[in-house]
Design a protein around this ligand. Structure first.
Ligand code: F6P
Length: 360
């Protein structure tokens, strides 16, 4: 079914991510070239649809040169007055803000809204869609933790940044006979740590899905030294934690600090000089890799076609390298964690990587 699509909105929401601008570019070009539809850019996520929020028409000129640009020309936020209950329903306090979003969509005469966001933003989008402003979701996150899509754009760039850093830390580790610990992002999922660790030949990879013990790591350092390897390179996901301990938070709701814990404890237990590097938001900034530019563009283009078919309440997703669509309900139902019996973990184990759960 081809519905009349004259005006669609687009917003980026949640943490920024390399490739957001490539999505915006694909949305604007596809909407205009194929459907002669106008695209309204909404600033700073859903807050742009609150009273006093700002929006503007995006033309082909506005999106020229955007493939290579990091960040998002529309701005984004991972805060906002859109609290949800654990069941994903608006709270009594936040409901009027959701209603204001829908009202503003009507004032702007939007036939639909393309929301580029991670799980938090897609949960908000799901409510907005149900309340009457029709939504198509586009998944984004460097964490790659959205269950219904095989890969999210931004992830490849984040891994590439981490690998470059790890390759550099490797030479420092060798030169100084040190243990170099590198903390990467990823929330409760270990995808960035696992992929960057395997690609850089890290000696140990600590991920949230595999709670670690100190003894195997200490033994790894000792055995390496006995073989003349006087250095070790360890990647730690921000959500990783020792068996029986909680993840480390730098602030309420903000993971961070496990790298220092690992570095300090290994120094205390081995006496080998250790240093820690926390990559942080470097992983989110800057130009996307070629692969992320293409994935972001494919998803943006597909989102417009889905909206034109009236496929609202759904999210575009990658499956078997094809773009498909799934309901927003399914999209936010579960988080995608590293499977312990998957090939990536097996590859690590087969090639001598420690995960910190090795038997004594
Ligand atoms: O979800 C993306 C992400 O970069 C996580 O990996 C990280 O835990 C979080 O966002 C950091 O968020 P903020 O930008 O609020 O510090």
């Amino acid at each position: 079914m081809l519905t009349e699509m004259r005006r669609i909105g687009v917003l980026t929401s949640g943490g920024d991510c390399p490739g957001l601008n490539a999505v915006i570019r694909a949305v604007v070009r596809t909407a205009y070239e194929l459907y002669r539809a106008e695209v309204i850019g909404i600033y700073d996520g859903f807050t742009g649809l609150q009273p006093g929020g700002s929006t503007r028409t995006l033309t082909g000129d506005d999106v020229r040169g955007l493939l290579v640009a990091g960040g998002t020309i529309l701005g984004t936020t991972n805060r906002g007055p859109f609290d949800l209950t654990p069941d994903g329903e608006p709270t009594p306090e936040s409901l009027p803000n959701f209603q204001a979003v829908v009202h503003q969509g009507r004032i702007l005469r939007l036939d639909g809204l393309i929301v580029v966001g991670g799980d938090g933003s897609l949960r908000i989008a799901r409510v907005v869609d149900r309340l009457g402003l029709k939504v198509v979701g586009v998944p984004k996150t460097i964490d790659n933790d959205l269950a219904m899509t095989e890969r999210t754009f931004g992830f490849d760039t984040a891994v590439s940044v981490a690998v470059e850093a790890l390759d550099r830390l490797h030479t420092v580790a060798v030169a100084h006979h040190r243990i170099m610990v590198c903390e990467v992002m990823g929330r409760e999922a270990g995808w960035i740590a696992l992929n960057s660790g395997l690609a850089s030949g890290a000696d140990a990879i600590l991920i949230p899905e595999i709670p670690f013990r100190w003894e195997p790591l200490v033994r790894m350092v000792a055995e390496r030294r006995a073989r003349g390897r006087t250095y070790s390179l360890i990647v730690v996901a921000e959500g990783a934690h020792p068996l029986g301990a909680s993840p480390v938070y730098q602030q309420v709701g903000r993971l961070g600090g496990i790298g220092s814990v690992v570095s300090d404890e290994l120094y205390r237990r081995t006496g080998v000089e250790t240093r820690v590097t926390v990559l942080g938001h470097v992983q989110r900034g800057g130009t996307p890799t070629a692969s992320d530019r293409i994935l972001a563009s494919r998803l943006g283009e597909s989102a417009v076609h889905l909206a034109a078919r009236g496929g609202y309440g759904r999210m575009v997703a990658l499956r078997a390298d094809e773009v498909v669509d799934v309901s927003l309900d399914e999209a936010v139902a579960a988080c995608k964690l590293v499977p312990l019996d998957g090939q990536m973990v097996r590859l690590g184990r087969s090639t001598g990587v420690y995960f910190g759960d090795e038997p004594d």
